[in-house]
Structures are given as structure tokens and as C-alpha cells.
Design a protein around this ligand. Structure first.
Ligand code: HEC
Length: 118
């Protein structure tokens, strides 16, 4: 009886440990802000929130195979469009993935850069 009690405590501790590990390993969930979604819809009518979520996934998963992600505000829009054209084949993106990535990056950039100069 005593042994069983101890095993149960050990089990409880183990379970606890496991669940806290899972929690810390999970990446921060991204969801577009209302502002970003509005900006995206302005440019590309009909854009769905899920496209931006997928664009973010493509950026963080497929575009980090050779280098880390660049901050979106680092480059002009023109430079981003050029780089996306150059990099999409390197990351083996489908045309649909490339579109989602473009929508994500440019609308995110719009939320950070308050400038008329692009
Ligand atoms: C197969 C490796 C590889 C993958 C995958 C890749 N890149 Fe690159 N990237 C490079 C290399 C190498 C350079 C630097 C030389 C060049 O510009 O070709 C670079 C440069 C860049 C630059 C220019 C940085 C600067 O300072 O001018 C940007 C922006 C960029 N990558 C974005 C992306 C994006 C977005 C993706 C995903 C679609 C991506 N990369 C996927 C290899 C890769």
C-alpha cells in the first residue's frame, strides 16, 4: 500500500514535468492583428486571416533553412518583392505558398512602417 502511494506520487510528478515541458516547447502562436488583416484586405480584397497565418508559418519554417528571418521592417517593399522572387525557388515554395508569404510579409511590414516611401 505504501509503495503504491509513492508510485502514484512519482507518476503525478512525472506527468507534471512532462506537461510543463510541452508548454514551454510550443512556439508562440501567431494570429494577425485586426490592423494587419485590414491592411491585407485593402490590398488584396478577399484575403482570409488563415492565409496570413499560413504565410507566417511559411516564413518561420521554410525561410529559415539557410538563414534566420529578417525583420520585416528592415527592407523596402520593392526589395522584399525582389527577395521573395529570388528566395521562393530556394525554399521550393508553390505559387500558392509564395502568394501567402507575400501577403503576410507586406501586410506585416505595413503595420510596422508608417511611411509613404516604399
Ligand atoms: C537554400 C537556402 C535559402 C533558403 C531556403 C532561403 N534563403 Fe534567403 N538567402 C539565402 C542566401 C544564400 C542569401 C544571400 C545571398 C543572396 O541574396 O542570394 C539569402 C538572402 C536573403 C535575403 C537578403 C538579405 C539582404 O541583406 O539583402 C532575404 C530578404 C531573404 N534571403 C529572404 C528569404 C525568404 C523570405 C525565404 C523563404 C521564401 C528565404 N530567404 C529562403 C539562402 C536561402
Amino acid at each position: 500500500m505504501k509503495k503504491l502511494g509513492i508510485s502514484l506520487i512519482m507518476l503525478a510528478l512525472l506527468a507534471n514535468c512532462k506537461s510543463s515541458k510541452v508548454a514551454t516547447a510550443a512556439p508562440a502562436a501567431y494570429a494577425p492583428s485586426d490592423e494587419q488583416l485590414k491592411l491585407a484586405i485593402n490590398r488584396w480584397p478577399g484575403t482570409a486571416s488563415v492565409e496570413l497565418v499560413e504565410g507566417n508559418k511559411i516564413y518561420t519554417n521554410e525561410c529559415t533553412q539557410c538563414h534566420s528571418n529578417f525583420p520585416v521592417e528592415k527592407f523596402t517593399e520593392k526589395k522584399w518583392l525582389h527577395e521573395i522572387d529570388e528566395m521562393a525557388p530556394k525554399a521550393k515554395l508553390s505559387p500558392e505558398q509564395k502568394t501567402k508569404l507575400t501577403k503576410y510579409l507586406l501586410s506585416m511590414r505595413d503595420t510596422k512602417v508608417n511611411s509613404v516611401q516604399n
